[in-house]
Design a protein around this ligand. Structure first.
Ligand code: SAH
Length: 398
């Protein structure tokens, strides 16, 4: 049997049900656990704490499967976890063909992301990211559980994420079950049709986490001039068009993303003349728009992760401040700013401070109307605050 025994008093975080065991908390390892093997985690005095997956190459040396001593880690375990995750989504998530089915630690499956797309033509597609040794070792059982529980036969892997290198795993993509995905599938969300490229798009193809926020933009877009910065395939832009925006200007530096965005305009039969797409650097373009005297009633800023880890926080803070400062300046009186950060290393409090600093420098009085985050299919475990990554603010200037 593989047993990991912790140093004295290092059991506290597991007793609070935090699901990670750091290498420096471990006193000794008995047996020779292979990569991803199940280990018994014990306190220094020998008490059972958890069953976990062993990651020999990572500083996060083990990730907890279960705190229940009576629960074995086997095929049935993965089936139960997927069933529980699906039951939660079925009752809570509506009006969408794009749902996050498994959100890692929050669903008791550390290191696993699974998104479930249901295309308008009825085709189902699961897209997975295996980001830790444990879920990698149980891949077959997980794919069986996913297809069995959801009834969706098509599973595609998008484990082309650099975080796998910390686990000693190579990046990999490909079909895990069923058929090759189509070039793009069309999934509808709140009445808007979106092309999703699960093979080459970002992450699993679509930013599912922004669903509720797209709905908010849709709600407030009527007759407004909208600027959507870092638009990707046009999620917020399409929502604004659906909501009756007068004009939507969108910026992204990815030509491929913008090509899909324009296909999305066609797929929804929106008037293409209401939408302008700028293939350009957002930082420069925001300033240029300001200098040109362009002004908007609603601005969305949803940049990529500026702070991949703690060392990058200062530089990232300056980048967030830069775009938010210009974002505020581009607003007409009474205008709305939807601003986001998906950097886990920048918490909600710091993000709000950065945005407040940007408002001061832009010389506007900004009021927070709402604090924003990911949808209910991206739950946050109270014992695992690290799971919070997406935060946003809806502000209005005087
Ligand atoms: N808001 C989008 C997701 C944004 S992801 C949605 O809801 O779907 C971040 C996007 O920023 C990516 O599409 C990426 O191509 C783009 N990007 C990254 N750096 C950029 C830059 N300097 N200027 C413009 N776009 C950039």
């Amino acid at each position: 049997m593989n047993i990991v025994t912790l140093k004295p008093s290092k059991e506290k975080s597991l007793q609070r049900r935090h699901p990670w065991v750091y290498a420096n908390a471990i006193d000794r390892v008995e047996g020779k656990p292979a990569q991803g093997a199940t280990v018994l985690v014990r306190a220094h005095d020998g008490r059972f704490l958890a069953r976990a997956a062993y990651s020999p190459h990572s500083q996060i040396r083990a990730r907890v499967w279960s705190f229940d001593e009576a629960e074995p880690i086997d095929h049935a375990f993965f089936k139960r976890r997927v069933q529980r995750a699906l039951a939660h989504r079925q009752t809570m998530v509506r009006n969408t063909g794009a749902v996050r089915l498994i959100f890692g630690e929050a669903d008791g499956l550390p290191g696993l992301i699974v998104d479930h797309y249901t295309a308008d033509d009825g085709r189902g597609q699961l897209v997975c990211q295996f980001m830790a040794a444990g879920v990698e070792a149980w891949k077959e059982a997980i794919v069986d559980a996913l297809t069995g529980v959801t009834g969706c036969p098509n599973v595609y892997e998008r484990s082309d994420v650099s975080i796998r290198e910390k686990e000693g795993l190579e990046q990999i993509t490909g079909v895990l079950a069923g058929d090759e995905p189509p070039e793009t599938l069309i999934a509808s969300e709140n009445g808007v049709r979106y092309h999703v490229d699960v093979r080459n798009g970002h992450k699993t193809g679509f930013y599912i986490d922004q669903r509720d926020n797209r709905a908010l933009v849709q709600q407030f877009a009527q007759d407004r001039d909208v600027l959507n910065c870092f638009c990707y395939t046009g999620g917020f832009s399409l929502a604004a068009l659906k909501g009756g925006a007068k004009r939507v200007v969108s910026i992204d530096s990815s030509g491929e993303a913008l090509a899909l965005a324009q296909q999305n305009v066609t797929a929804n039969a929106f008037d293409a003349a209401r939408a302008a797409w700028l293939d350009a650097d957002a930082f420069k373009t925001l300033r240029r728009l300001y200098d040109d005297g362009e002004r908007f009633d609603l601005v969305v800023l949803d940049p990529p992760k500026f702070a991949p880890s703690r060392e990058h926080v200062d530089r990232a803070a300056r980048a967030y401040k830069d775009i938010n400062l210009t974002g505020f300046r581009l607003l007409r009186p009474g205008g709305l700013l939807f601003t986001y950060s998906c950097s886990g290393a920048i918490d909600a409090e710091l993000f709000q401070k950065i945005v407040a600093g940007a408002a001061t420098d832009a010389r506007v009085d900004a009021r927070i109307l709402k604090r924003l985050g990911a949808g209910v299919d991206h739950p946050l475990l109270t014992a695992f605050p690290e799971g919070e990554y997406l935060k946003g603010l809806l502000l209005q200037i005087a």
